[in-house]
Design a protein around this ligand. Structure first.
Ligand code: NAP
Length: 270
């Protein structure tokens, strides 16, 4: 089995690299960042997002495993003290995996520029910081509303605990095939009106955002950002591709949510 490694630069993560190398060597696991079968991400959920973007062109053949060197994360099942156990699981791997939906983002331009297509694991957002973003929202190409505000965010079920949650979006179980649209500071008064609540679309639906032609804005894909102008529209749908995680260990989703956002200290003891 070929193992790829993606890590962040914290002291804790850097300490793990030689240990992991040694354990791989002892167990005949080949370290290969070019054509890995399993990518081990060492750091946090942000590191796993980087690993995903690095290997987004080979999602069919790659499975991911996350070691969290901080607290337990949403994409990370292992902690640094589980390293030996993880290597054992890699050695005894039976190919089992669990997969989650991804966001397909297609950007179409008003000028000659060719349309671009991206994948996101958590979400994609469009934002303006130097004025109001005005864009028309379509669901399945049916006009829904004209949005005015700071921006809009479309998230996957696994991304629902990220930026989406901070925007007041619901936490979705990752087994759901759905996308969620949340507003970022919408303008609502007697003249301008938006839904003003997050909405969740079905697997066969898509969201189309058509910004006012003159607007330039920032588009994010997980932790990546680009400046966009001359955009005709952006289409968001559930991607044909999925992300696969090697299933050696499984933490129940709602336990993760409780652990990340509530914590044992706040549990009602009655
Ligand atoms: P970052 O700004 O360095 O960290 C953002 C935080 O979000 C980190 O604590 C990260 O966890 C956590 N995170 C990432 N994905 C998550 C998920 N699916 N569920 C719950 N928490 C998650 O940026 P980054 O580490 O490169 O991650 C980019 C992501 O950060 C974006 O995709 C977006 O979801 C999130 N974000 C959130 C806000 C906000 O809530 N206001 C703003 C910008 C971005 P770790 O500490 O484990 O890495």
């Amino acid at each position: 089995m070929r193992i790829g490694v993606v890590n962040n630069q914290t002291e804790q993560s850097l300490k793990l690299i030689p240990k992991l190398r040694m354990l791989c060597l002892e167990n005949n696991l080949i370290l290969d960042n070019k054509r890995p079968d399993v990518v081990v991400s060492i750091g946090g959920d942000g590191t796993l997002l980087s690993a995903f973007h690095r290997y987004a062109h080979m999602l069919e053949s790659v499975r991911f495993v996350g070691i969290h060197t901080g607290h337990l994360g949403f994409y990370t099942d292992w902690r640094e003290y589980n390293l030996e156990e993880l290597v054992d699981s890699l050695v005894n791997d039976n190919g089992e995996s669990i997969s989650y939906p991804l966001l397909d983002v297609e950007v179409n331009y008003t000028d000659e520029k060719e349309s671009l297509r991206y994948l996101a694991l958590n979400e994609s957002a469009i934002k303006r910081v130097d004025g109001t973003l005005v864009c028309d929202v379509y669901i399945r190409d049916e006009y829904f509303e004209r949005f005015r505000g700071d921006g809009m965010c479309v998230s996957t079920p696994t991304g629902s605990t990220g930026y989406n949650k901070s925007l007041g979006g619901a936490v979705l179980h990752p087994r759901l095939e759905a996308l969620q649209l949340t507003e970022i500071a919408s303008l609502n008064n007697r003249i301008f009106r938006t839904l003003s609540s997050p909405l969740v679309i079905a697997p066969d639906e898509w969201i189309r955002l058509k910004p006012k032609e003159t607007d330039s804005f920032i588009m994010s894909l997980d932790q990546l950002t680009s400046n966009e102008e001359n955009v005709e529209d952006i289409r968001f749908r559930i991607a044909k591709e999925r992300i696969h995680f090697a299933r050696y260990k499984h933490t129940h989703f709602w336990n993760r949510v409780e652990d990340a956002f509530i914590g044992a200290k706040n549990k009602n003891e009655d």
